[in-house]
Each structure stands twice: as structure tokens, then as C-alpha cells.
Design a binder for this molecule. Sequence first.
Ligand code: BES
Ligand code: ZN
Ligand code: ZN
Length: 504
Amino acid sequence: MELTVDARPPAKIETEALVTYAFEQDKPIEGALSTLDAATGGALSKLASSGELTGKMMETTLVHYPQGLLAQRLLILGAGKRDKLGSAELRKLAGAAVRMLKSKKVKRLVFAVREKDQNAESAQAIVEGILLGNFELEKYKTDKKPETELASAALAGFEGGAAGEAARGLERGRIIAESQNFARELGNEPSNRMTPRTLAARAEAMAREAGLAVDILDEKKLEELKMGALLSVAQGSSEPPRMMVVTYTPSTVKPGAAVLGLVGKAITFDTGGISIKPSQDMEKMKYDMCGGAAMLAVMRALARLKPACKVIAVVPSTENMPGGRAQKPGDVQIAMSGKSIEVINTDAEGRLILADGVCYAKQLGCTHLIDAATLTGAIVVALSNVNVGVFGSDDRFTEQVLTSARAAGEKMWPMPMDDDYREMIKSGIADIQNVGSGKGGGATVAAMFIKEFTGDTPWVHLDIAGTAWQDDVKPWSAKGATGVGIRTLIDLAMKFGSNEATKA
Ligand code: BES
Ligand code: ZN
Ligand code: ZN
């Protein structure tokens, strides 16, 4: 999609649709809206006094052929209260505008920001909203209509010196949203078209295009490295497993500098294995690789945004299948770290592949670890489809992740990690078992299991089981994979690189 900054006054821009927004207050028509109101001979004031235009969040007012403007349509979105409007809201508004206008066959639009929003951060959020809103799930529809795609969007309302800010925000927003859409595309692929090998090929192609180092470990290499936990999950499938390693190295690396490790769960399909899942909703388990896809997407963005720190993504990938060779409940496996694991439930496979993932990331020199995984149904019970569950072994590092989540407009919530939960994964026969012996607390128990393999390395675990995909369309986004976590981790990596305190 063509994205530009248009420096002309919005009333003077010829376009299929001019989009702006009104605030919910006594007089919704004020500031830049007054200018448009004057140009249209008071049409907007009339809409406001009749009660049609109130500025309520997500309200849409569409005026066709507005007199006095060069645009064919004027769309005014309700933006809620002025002091409540931030990047997260602007992103959603822009996405909602795109989706509404696309349904009316609009191919070109201009989004005009209001006074006080003439900055790079707002421009970035709007561009992200536009690109995320334009994303569709049409790949396998044979009657897809190409005209439903938006062809171009421009940012307007950035007066004078603010145009440079707009251009900066635009570029950043484009990189981030295109990366998020890359992850959504991978996540939406059905499992017959996205096996560990195809995912690895996609990772390799992405890395080469972005100029990142990439290493794909095949089953032979995984055997050599003694990744018994990952291999135990893979043994039930006729598709061989892969471990993807994608590395970004900044132009100057200080000796002893921190290295960020991003480990993502990429189960391309989770049947549960011998502890097989019920068939209801099982098709959703094609999304069980969304953590891995997120980490690859973050790398795609970082290659272009160039943080000051080294970042390594480690993505273990396999199917979890029942079969003649599948592991069975009660089997004991030896992880790469040397720890023995009693596999009580073969459906708790994500933690197994992550165990070897974090172990390998540490071996590669990562000083800080973050994993993202569609790990537990329990996190959906706790937080529904709203928040990502955040678990950490280091309060400061966990707080940094939560701060980035707020900056990126992604909802995340801290979860407990008391040592008491550690008791629940004690095994009678091995060092640990892969599910809890007690009742409840399933999301923390799962996190506790991964923690066993992180040792002293500061680590944060993101359980995205409730947020990695959406079952229904939202006004600002298509259904399917969401690409959750990506914006947070990009923000974190950028700050991490410039934050002296995190350097050893
Ligand atoms: N991939 C699932 C978790 C999941 C559930 C993701 C629902 C998205 C939506 C994971 O591998 C799993 O099966 N976890 C089990 C663990 C249990 C056996 C301890 C679960 O949560 O039921
Ligand atoms: Zn499972
Ligand atoms: Zn799973």
C-alpha cells in the first residue's frame, strides 16, 4: 500500500475519503473540525446539534460529497474523551475507518490528525491501524475481490514542522505493522500448509530478505544437541521438527553487553498427542505456532529499526501428534539441559519444546530471555481473550516488559510466580513432571516448568493462549491470528538497546 504525508490543508485535498475524528464534549465541533465546518457551510455543526454527531468512541458519521471540500466523502469518527485518547485508541480508530471505507469500495483515503496529535507517535499509531485494518483472510477464497484492498493512504493535518514527525512515525509504523501482518499471515496458515519445515523456509526467506543471520537446525542436529524434550514431542509425527535461530547483530557490540533472547513456541498443530484433545475447537490448534511467528516477526522489524543490542530469536517447531511412535503418558525424557522430565500429559507439550528452546538460547549467549507461547487453557480462564499473562523471574525485567506493553497498546497483566507452585511439578520418578500435581493454577504451573530451564537468567514468559487469535471480526481487524506481543517486544528491544542499566 502506498503511504504518504500530505501537507495540504485537509479541506483542499482531493481524495475518495477524508477521515478525521471528533471528541465527546459539550461542543464536538471545535479546533480543526471548526475549519472543516466552516468550509462545509456549517454542515458539521448541524449534525452535532441534531445529536447525530456526538464524538462517542467508535461512532461513525459519513457525509457524502461534502460541500466546500474536495474529498468525495468525509468520515468523522467518534474518539471519546480528549484526555482518554492515546495511541491505542488512534490505532483502533484508523483500523475501523479503513474497514468501514473498504466495505464501501473506497481505495484511497486521507487521515487527518487533530491538533495535539501532530507527532510521530500518533502518526505511527495511525499507520499501524491502517495496515492492520487492511489485512484480510482471503488467501484461500477463490472468489476473492482484489478491489477490497486499500490502494493508498495519506496522513494529513501535520502543520509546518510536524510533517517531519509524521514521516518518521509513518516509516516506523509501516515496519511494525507489516511485521505484525507477517506473523498474522503465518498464524492463519492451516497446518497442512504450515509444517515445521515450511515455517523454517519462511523464516529463512524472511531473514535473508532482511539481512539477518539464520540457522535452521534439522532433526539430525537436534539429536546431536540432545534436545530430548523437543524431540519427544516430535517423535509422534511424520513431519520432522526444526529449530529456527535468527540473529540480529548491531553494527557495534560492546563487550559484555546484554543479549536479548526471544523464544517462541511453534507447534504447527497440537492434537494433544496420546493425551488427545476433544474434537470441538481442535482446528484452532493450527494457531499453536503463534508465539514462534511473533518472534520471527519481531526480528523482521528489528532488522529495519536497528536497536543497539544483539537479539536472537530461537523458535522450536514441531507437530504434536498421536501415532505409533508417539511418546506416552509416564514416559521420562532427558532435556538438553540434562534435567529429566516425566511426561504425565502429552498435551502439555509447549513447555517441553520451550525447555530446550530457552536452554539453547542461553547457550548462544542470551543474557535476558523472553518467551511467547499459546501455552495454557488456564490463562484463558484467568484473563479471557483480553490480557496476555505475564510471568517473570526478575521483577525489574518483568516491569520493563509491562512498560513496553503499555507503550505499544497491548494489554498484559502480571501473574504470580510464588515458589509454592514449584512443589506441584515434583515428580516421583524424574527431576520434574510436565503438569501440576495439585489443583488449579495451571498457567503458573506451566510457567514454573519453563523457569526450571532458565536458571539465573532474567526471564519473562508471555502466555498468549487467549490473545493469539480472535474468533470474531472486530471493527478494526479481521478475525484470525492477531500478532499479539510483537509491538511490545519491538518496543522493549529498542529501549533495551539504548538502556545502559541493562548492560552488564
Ligand atoms: N496449546 C495448548 C494450550 C491452548 C489451549 C492454547 C487453548 C490456546 C487455547 C497447550 O499445549 C495445552 O494443550 N495445554 C494444556 C495443558 C494441560 C494438559 C496441563 C491445557 O491448557 O489444557
Ligand atoms: Zn497441548
Ligand atoms: Zn500446545
